[in-house]
Structures are given as C-alpha cells and as structure tokens.
Design a protein around this ligand. Sequence first.
Ligand code: MN
Ligand code: MN
Length: 286
Amino acid sequence: MPEFFADAEAAFDDARFVIWGYPFDGTACFRKGAADGPEAIRHHSHNFESWLNELGLDLRDVPTHDWGDVETVADQEANNSAIGEIVDRIGAAGKFPVGLGGEHSLTPPAVAALKQHYPNLTVVVLDAHLDYRDGYQGAKWSHAATTRRVSEIVGVECVRVIGVRSLSREEQQAAREDDLSYIEAGWVDLREHLSDIVDALDGPLYLSLDMDAIDPAFAPGVGTPEPFGMTPYEVLQVLNFLSDRLVGFDCVETCPPADNGNTAALAARLVRHALGAVVKAQTAGE
Ligand code: MN
Ligand code: MN
C-alpha cells in the first residue's frame, strides 16, 4: 500500500483537487532517479502541519484525492495516453489536477488533456532550462523538449517561462524565431514581470514547476542542477500571483537519489501551498 499525500483523504467524487504521480525518468540525460520523486514528495508531505499559516487555512478543509501513480512503460506514447486518460477524467469532472513528477515529460500530455476542457488554456513554466529543443537524443517527448511541445499544443503566444538560465544556441534561435517569451533568472524584478504575465495571458492557466528553476542551494536533488536560480520565496510569489486563474499544476524533476531530503520537502511544501493559494484566491466571494 503506497503512502498517499498528506490530508488527501477525500474520495475522487468529493474532491476539488486530484493528485496523481508520474514515476518516470526514461529521458533523463544527466542524473536518473526522478522516477522516485512522487513517492518522496508524498512521504515528505507528512512532515508538515495541515494548517497553512501563511494563508490562514487548513488543508483538512480542502477536499483532495490522491489517485496514485500512472503506470509507466518505456514507450512514451503509451505514457502520454495514460497521463491523458487520468487528466481528462479529472478535467471532465471539473476538478483540479496536481501532477507529481517524475521528469518534465509529464507536462505536455497533461496540458493537452486539460486543454480539451479549457480551450483557451495558457501555460506558465518555471524552469532553469528553456526546454525548447525539438526533441533530444532521439526522443520527441524528452524532458528537454517540454516547453516546445507545450507551445505546439496551446500556441507559443500562450506560454511564458520563468527562471531560465540554461539553453543552447539553437534553442535561443528557435525561441526568437517563434517569439517565445521567457524571463531569465537573476536580474529581473519578478513582480513586475508577473504583472505583465497576468495582463498578457487571459484565461485559465496551467502552472508547471520544474524544481530546477530553484537554486541548487535550496533544491539540490534534481536531475540537472543549474546555479544562479530562484529562491523558494520567489516561487511562492509566482503561486500567489497566479493562483486566482490556476486550473492545473504540476511539480516535476525532484530526484531523490541526488537529494538530501530538502528538495522533496520543498516540493511537498510548495504543492501544499499551491492547493491553499488556489482555494484562497478562488473561493473569495463564493
Ligand atoms: Mn524542464
Ligand atoms: Mn529544468
């Protein structure tokens, strides 16, 4: 019997949020191990109080279901179908999907499934990497191609990437040609850029958090660590800014074999904050 995410005790039909895991790292190109991410994040979720003091709400009052993990195989097309099936089911029921990775290849099929229920879906990706390769090492659905695939699904004008500091020359060229809008980590006034994103992207929003967006000092346990990253508090700011329009979320690339425990703990805590922030922003006035 696997350990479920803390306080996710509601039945599917009663839940507002449905957590699902993707224990896959088949295209990881540096350090493998993200397949153990969902289990580690669930385990660490039990370290935290159900009371989210920063939001003034209790997750015991937030009906959440943990669906368990998608069954994964080597064939990514098959994995995409499995992801599409569960996210479609969640979206069709008017519920909010929360994906736990696993590598970042989780996101495109999740976005594709959710777009069926939100035709004008927009996407914000937090990532150290631009992930704009047109496939990598022969894999079209590589975790290094996530933003490229997502842009094909929702339209490049409906995508923003935050925290970028690693990309190839070819990716930079392709991003310029396609007019992909991304914000580099480090020098920017994040709040100002978030305001721009809120103004530019109208409608329902899917947020994908690649944990390597965060500096390796805070999140060392990722497959491809990249210095000069975001702080955890900046990620909280992003969640708070965008929470009123969020309809889906994922947290990917936690790699337990490379972790001292802090990355899984941070991932679990950010997922918990995301649930609370969405409830707080979207329940006002109900
Ligand atoms: Mn990524
Ligand atoms: Mn990344």
